[in-house]
Design a protein around this ligand. Structure first.
Ligand code: NDP
Ligand code: GDR
Length: 360
């Protein structure tokens, strides 16, 4: 039995993908990527009091246009096992991408219990739903992707590869380690085609506003346009291997197209400090970051990850994957979009339609 997708021109059924975390940064890029490949994409979204689909609104087609809508959204939650099993049984996916997470490292120190429930136990719930779905339906061809993280390496020095020991430094990272090993265990115990992508930081103009890269580029845009003057940050000496999210979703897909399920590090193999990011971002629009950045202790973490730099030789050799967007290009792409956003915000502020968000 294969997925319930429509057919393409030569009457081969299109593949069906199920994505958790479809409303997040990676979910939006992965959806675009899979739709371009002809997939029917189903996304699980969680109920919120405000719309949370901004990142995928541009590809949303009202389901009443049934023949045109190839992305479909369903309510579920990684904390609700029954919803996960029900949607698997209904959608009959060929590929499942588990991207959902409470993904903010600093926030995981504030809500550790919830973070573990969604990131660790949530992955286990989904794997268990896949296992019992396969048992009941015989659909053993189904493939599973787990969104692992370079945060799992924590304090282990770079370069970090698939064989580098984990030493997590936050409740988020410890939970991702659990999800990693659940995935390995379900592959070994039940023969499920399950892969861990160990992805280093990847950013984009769609990155959440409270991750450091976007926090910086958003501030650069607003400072340049005159909507704020200061930017409060924590540790500027941390070093990260930053790539472009649009490149990284291709690696996720490639993992599920291999003959054998395996785990892969995905990284640019270049590392830069937060300070270097500031230099490029502010410098690009002719500003000096030192005139605007103020250090605020509240953004320091109880335990920091100092230095991440991946070794993605395996992904290069086996998947034939390599990043297309480099560090400076990424920073400039993000600044360009945030300057444009700030210009629009300024027009609305000047016209009295909105208040400038309170920032010094
Ligand atoms: P985001 O924070 O942008 O997106 C997270 C997604 O998970 C959102 O769609 C969010 O929904 C959803 N979500 C959160 N909690 C739940 C829940 N309880 N049930 C169902 N859905 C939930 O993350 P990214 O797109 O950046 O990252 C995708 C995945 O990759 C995450 O698992 C992250 O931990 C991991 N990762 C990310 C890296 C990166 O650099 N971006 C690097 C390595 C790993 P909502 O929109 O409603 O909040
Ligand atoms: P990270 O990303 O923790 O690597 O997790 P984040 O952008 O939050 O932090 C990167 C580094 O910047 C330092 N930093 C600040 N960070 C934030 N958020 N806000 C600040 O004001 C600030 N000042 C300095 C941090 O201390 C840190 O060293 C991201 C997430 O996407 C995870 O889900 C993912 O698993 C990892 O990347 C790989």
């Amino acid at each position: 039995m294969s997925g319930s997708g429509s057919t393409n021109g030569d009457s081969t059924p299109n593949k069906v993908a199920l994505i958790t975390g479809i409303t997040g940064q990676d979910g939006s890029y992965l959806t675009e990527f899979l739709l371009n490949k002809g997939y029917e994409v189903h996304g699980l979204i969680r109920r919120s009091s405000n719309f949370n689909t901004q990142r995928i609104d541009h590809i949303y087609v009202d389901p009443h246009n049934a023949h045109k809508a190839r992305m479909k959204l369903h309510y579920a939650d990684l904390s609700d096992a029954s919803s996960l099993r029900r949607w698997l049984d209904t959608i009959l996916p060929d590929e499942v991408y588990n991207l959902a997470a409470q993904s903010h490292v600093a926030v995981s120190f504030e809500i550790p219990d919830y973070t573990a429930d969604v990131v660790a136990t949530g992955a286990l719930r989904l794997l268990e739903a896949v296992r019992s779905h396969i048992d009941a339906s015989g659909r053993s061809h189904i493939r599973y992707y787990q969104a692992g993280s370079s945060e799992m390496f924590g304090s282990t020095p770079p370069p970090q590869s698939e064989t580098t020991p984990f030493h997590p430094r936050s409740p988020y990272a410890a939970s991702k380690c659990a999800a990693h090993w659940y995935t390995v265990n379900y592959r070994e115990a039940y023969g499920i085609f399950a892969c861990n992508g160990i992805l280093f930081n990847h950013e984009s103009p769609r990155r959440g506003e409270n991750f450091v890269t976007r926090k910086i580029t958003r501030a650069v845009g607003r400072i340049k346009i005159g909507l704020q003057s200061k930017l409060f940050l924590g540790n500027l000496q941390a070093s990260r291997d930053w790539g472009f999210a649009g490149d990284y979703v291709e690696a996720m897909w490639l993992m599920l197209q291999q003959e054998k399920a395996d785990d892969y590090v995905v990284a640019t193999e270049e590392s830069h400090t937060v300070e270097e990011f500031l230099e490029v971002a502010f410098g690009y629009v002719g500003l000096n970051w030192k005139d605007h950045v103020v250090i605020d202790k509240r953004y320091f973490r109880p335990t920091e990850v100092d230095n991440l730099k991946g070794d993605s030789s395996k992904a290069k050799e086996v998947l034939g994957w390599k990043p297309k967007v480099g560090f400076e290009q990424l920073v400039k792409m993000m600044v360009d979009q945030d300057v444009e956003r700030a210009k629009k915000e300024k027009v609305l502020v000047d016209a009295g339609y909105i208040d400038a968000q309170q920032q010094p």
